[in-house]
Write a protein that binds this ligand. Sequence first.
Ligand code: NAD
Length: 422
Amino acid sequence: MERELTFDPVFKMARQQFDAVADLLEIRGGERDQLIYPKRAISISIPIHKEDGSVAVFRGYRVQHHLALGPTKGGTRFTPSLTLGESSALAVWMSWKCALAGLPYGGAKGGIAVDPRSLTLTELQRLSRRYMLEMIPFVGPQTDIMGPDLGTNEQIMAWFMDSYSSHAGKSVAEIVTGKPVALGGCAGRRESTGRGVVFLVERAFNNLQINPQGGTAIVQGFGNVGSVTACGLAYRTGMKVIGISDQTVAFYNPKGIDVAAADSYVAEHKSLEGFQGGEIISAEELLTLPCDVLVPAAVERVITDSNAGKLRCRILAEAANGPTTPEADAILDQRGDEIFVIPDILCNVGGVVVSYFEWVQDIQNFLWTDTEVIDRLCRILESAFSAVIRRSKERNISHRMSALSIGVERVRAAKRMRGIFP
Ligand code: NAD
């Protein structure tokens, strides 16, 4: 596995980030390997009958990074390019993220290498159910809990839960999070990642002593996280969203885009293609337009050494996982204009925090109100934000180094206290 991970560009990036933190925390030798390499990595073949009668086989993965703090927790993505290395990198980031928020989880991630839009609804259901069936020996409410991510949604989580429950002979709602509320999902879970991003952007403005009202925002990606973030920035924070994009198209409109209309359009048409949002521009141009807040909310490695020097935002809110490469980070650090970076493991932590709330509620069969969820979420976000800013100032390190080092330090402490058995 080590060889497979070494050559994967996304895992390489997670490793580079970790090595920089390990240098900072003076972690050496075997302890480095113990902290970075996944505990378990599962790779499976998933056959399904297609509706035309043929058989198609897909690759599926699940990576569980560490078990020192409790069960593992992490999303399931359905994207054509998914690899074991990408799943591993995302599981590693998830570990530091959970530790930063003080959640009793190790990180996990996985999914299927598939474009869900290429399947009929029946085929998607067969594939989702078969994936969970193959995973039953490796997951469980106290072992590894799945959730949604790129290309998956509440319906897929419902199929996962039903497949696991059918096997167990009873309802096991706590096996996945991000379920529909009617099936034991948590009020506000769908919006939680985007809401958290908006809360943290407002905290960043507050920290910079700038009033966000009337400021401009650009959001890359208009799925779950991107659309909720864009709507929150427009209707809660009072900003003008001047740029949005998805996999199919990017729009620029200096007067402000009607993001509620864009949201309704995507609900009906599945993408932004054909939406009248403003001037159509290239995906690359979108990231380098002047704005107050730039929110990458799509995929990893979009801010690279070729565009980091051209960013013209005041705040970079990393809603996606791993949007900025280490090379781009070095450029951002060197720039004198000090872009305020809200690093991914802090910026999108709202999703896993509310997933944790969902898991706790399902285990106790005790449901919280929307207000309780938001209130508890904001308290955790506030505490994580303050801790990151404080350490960054005290040690004169970037926000990313600060966030990662808090996460790594907590996992390291847990591993040290537990020791190595036998
Ligand atoms: P999603 O599938 O709902 O939406 C993804 C969006 O990104 C879509 O609009 C898609 O068209 C767009 N996209 C894909 N590739 C693109 C590209 N190359 N350029 C521009 N747009 C592109 O996924 P999501 O759940 O919103 O997740 C988005 C990001 O947020 C991912 O990095 C994910 O890991 C991260 N994240 C999600 C959650 C969650 O709760 N869903 C939690 C934490 C982090």
